[in-house]
Design a protein around this ligand. Sequence first.
Ligand SMILES: [Zn+2]
Length: 276
Amino acid sequence: MQPRLLHHNPLPDPNDEPIRRHFAQAGYHIKAQALDRTYRLMLHQLGDSAFLLRSDAVLKVLSDAQVRKETAYPVKVLQQIANPRERTPEFMDHLQRLVALGVFLRGYNLKCPYCEVEDWHPHLSESVLCLSCGSTFQPPLVLNLVYKLNHVFAKGVKNGALTALLLLHRIPDITAWGANYTMNHRGQTYELDLVIIADGRLLVVECKDNVPDHQKLRRQLQNTDAIAHGVKADTLLFATLAKSIPDDVTSILSHATTPAMTLNRHRLTHSTWSFE
Ligand SMILES: [Zn+2]
């Protein structure tokens, strides 16, 4: 029996229909993967607080390997990860907002005295059910609140959402966007990180939260350039949360067939730019 849909989250506009139409006219049939929806849910959840992603301290917390695994930490530990120094009051304000938005969830880490497994619990009562062994036990008298990333954000940030969301937040006049496309073209399968139509311009974007394997990146960029050329994109954009643009990328983009532009962490979070 099929599960019954009780409730459907509307996807925030703009959708990617104009992009799929444009690509189809150029002979590319593209399909957005499930992560596209994850990105949309994340933007929807952030709403007009997407500017929080521009904070270096917030980015550090969201980039932390354990936070991404939904490990729940007290504020003190999150603060150590963020290392905001003199901007601590600002970081605390940002964290408070992220909790209000449900990006971080408040709860308690409780260790079961029977099986000794520690689990995160959103609520406390005098009788707590262990999620691991099913025993019930009483929580201790003194307990710290701990905060963990919600599942949608954890999934998104593990899959490179931060660079894409920052771009979507910062580029004005976006009329359509789509993320994580796959396509088959002349027997080959290609992937595209992000495509945006803004102010009538078509931007094909390679997004990388970090740049690990240069050889793979080189191949991806060359493919992306070929697609950008095929669909007559206005700009080929390389955006990364890394502090600097790798030399490899600069050299490939200097030979790109589509006008290219790069944005590093500083430009994504601080400066303004235009496509002129
Ligand atoms: Zn237990």
